[in-house]
Write a protein that binds this ligand. Structure first.
Ligand SMILES: [Fe+2]
Length: 469
């Protein structure tokens, strides 16, 4: 079969130039989070129903939904693609993508990431491989890999490429997750200058501000660019979630609740996992900050969660579904879900199942700890989480997202009478997050409980609550 340019600097096997450029437009839509990305892929397959890489990409998109039902459709796309690759001449790059999809469908996300990284050695402009590797490294909780994966391809890119801004925005986010805030902010801001609609990069800057406790600045940053990033698909609710988080740190709890209702949880019927992840974590945090969020909101999330009991694509996501069930007080379903996760973790021994391994290593303990918290046994939660604190990152997600687990540990330590641990955790946390009023307030409590003077920590908390941070 002939090859044509995809318009993004790569050759792709296709029946026509029209199909190849529709494919390029699909990759462009995926990277830019456009709402019509699914239609773009359909247009590609209409132009060439046998285009090998388009079928692999269909499989990728199905896997990205993170549900069992869609994973089965990904398996089907893999079957079609495998048959096409056997029948048609394809390039080595395309064959690399087939290997990656095969590994991913088998549950071996680490293997898929290796396949994408191998492609990038010879094809550093392969944005599809790069963005998917970014995804895999993100859900491995590996900021260093997110950063370095992009750094390794920079040699091949310049501003003339239509996705250059997105590339450096991804680099900015990787730098941020690896703790390099200055460089991360510089690259992500440059990406936003190139394209203010680049929500991933807007969000990368917000992450830097979150990590550095620049809450007021973070609100202004997100507000100032809202007309741009708010045009993207459901990822926009995650940007709203970041704004809500800044308000939360400032104890503007009414504002958080209003944003929750108007934005963060405004499209739950779309049944996208990231929406539930945002919503469940925000409700859990609001309760840690002392606000009663009401049974209806939890019930709404729990109704969605129970539909995903058998989804084990990402343990990070499953833990948020569990949060929803526990928040709603549906303990029987929560227990059922944990038993399913326990059975899933055992699959690790049968083949290389990245997520099953992490579920066994960290996920189950976190699941049991959350149940302990919600059933009045906070000390047990501390016993479960404490030994694996440093491994929580393996569940993936960002530092900002995983912070809910750190906050629940702190709260459980205080409530469970684990005074020395609470004091140690908060001593660490106030160093790391000196602008966090919530942390200083609890530090004061922990010091007091340990018989020390916690008044200056409590004063610091009061100051922060009324300051402009
Ligand atoms: Fe984020």
């Amino acid at each position: 079969m002939p090859v044509y340019s995809d318009g993004l600097g790569l050759d792709v096997t296709a029946a026509s130039g029209e199909a190849a450029s529709a494919f390029g437009s699909t990759v462009d839509g995926y990277v830019r989070f456009t709402r019509d990305v699914g239609d773009r892929l359909k247009d590609t397959l209409t132009a060439d129903p046998d285009m090998p890489l388009a079928h692999v990409t269909k499989g990728y998109f199905m896997k990205l939904f993170g549900t069992k039902a869609m994973a089965m459709r990904a398996d089907k796309a893999l079957g079609t693609a495998t048959e096409l690759f056997a029948r048609l001449d394809t390039t080595e790059r395309e064959q690399g993508h087939l290997v990656a999809l095969g590994a991913w469908c088998a549950g071996d996300i680490d293997g898929a990431a290796d396949a994408w990284e191998r492609i990038l050695l010879d094809h550093p402009k392969d944005m599809l491989a790069l963005r998917l590797a970014h995804f895999a490294h993100f859900y491995a909780g590996n900021g260093g890999k997110m950063r370095d994966s992009v750094a390794r391809v920079l040699h091949a890119w310049d501003r003339s490429h239509p996705l250059y801004g997105n590339l450096i925005g991804m680099y900015g986010f990787g730098l941020e997750e690896a703790g390099e805030y200055r460089r991360g902010e510089r690259y992500a801001r440059e990406a936003v200058e190139i394209d203010p609609k680049d929500a991933w990069s807007v969000h990368a800057v917000a992450h830097v501000m979150e990590m550095e406790g620049r809450h007021r600045e973070g609100i202004d940053w997100i507000k100032g660019l809202e007309p741009h990033w708010n045009s993207v698909h459901n990822f926009r609710f995650h940007v709203w979630w970041h704004r809500a988080l800044f308000h939360l740190e400032r104890y503007e709890l009414e504002e958080v609740m209003a944003l929750y209702d108007a934005q963060v949880a405004s499209d739950l019927e779309a049944d996208q996992y990231l929406d539930v992840v945002n919503a469940a974590a925000l409700l859990w945090r609001l309760e840690l900050y002392g606000l009663q969020v009401g049974p209806e909101r939890w019930a709404q999330l729990a109704a969605l969660a129970e539909k995903h009991m058998d989804d084990h694509e990402l343990i990070f996501v499953s833990l948020h579904y569990l949060m929803a069930l526990l928040g709603a007080g549906r303990l029987a379903e929560a227990g059922e879900m944990i038993e399913k996760l326990r059975a899933y973790a055992k699959e690790e021994g049968t083949r290389d199942q990245t997520q099953a391994r992490i579920t066994g290593k960290v996920g189950l303990a976190l699941a049991d700890a959350m149940t302990a918290i919600r059933t009045g046994s906070p000390a047990r939660a501390v016993t479960l989480i404490w030994p694996l604190r440093d491994d929580i990152r393996l569940i993936g997600g960002s530092h900002a997202q995983r912070d809910v687990f750190e906050e629940m540990l702190v709260d459980a330590a205080l409530k469970g009478g684990e005074t020395a641990k609470a004091r140690a955790l908060l001593s660490e946390r106030t160093e790391k997050k000196p602008n966090s009023a919530w942390s200083w307030e609890r530090y004061g409590e922990a010091l007091g409980a340990a018989g020390a003077d916690g008044s200056s920590a409590s004063r610091k908390a009061a100051e922060l609550r009324t300051s402009a941070h």
